[in-house]
Design a protein around this ligand. Sequence first.
Ligand code: ZN
Length: 133
Amino acid sequence: MNYTLTYDQYQQGLEQGKFLGLKCNSCNAVTFPPMAVCRECSGSDCGVTELKGEGTLKTFTVIRVAPEGRKPPYLVAIAELNEGPWVLGNLEDVVPDEADMSLIGKKVKLGSKLSPGDVYSKGDAQVITFTLV
Ligand SMILES: [Zn+2]
């Protein structure tokens, strides 16, 4: 299968501060992070699009028992991007023990940071981060 946007290209984009996703030529839905097919219609006729990197916080959780290589506590959140997709990331600028429901609905800006690999992954990778606007 040919991928319009590979994982490595997506990772290189994040390193450069670009949020590369896919825009479906059939239904116009934006898929981010990129997948093999459109998240809405499963179509494969997609082109590369650069997202603005802005969204709205939908939910979060405090991680208190962390996987290898990560130091708890920290916040993992899901944001709805302005272009439509929901994306998982680390909420960076909130103290985990002070996080409460008032965060839901807040505007966030996307970034990325290098996360250490573990025995289950390909190695170090850029992961999505959120900061409050
Ligand atoms: Zn589609």
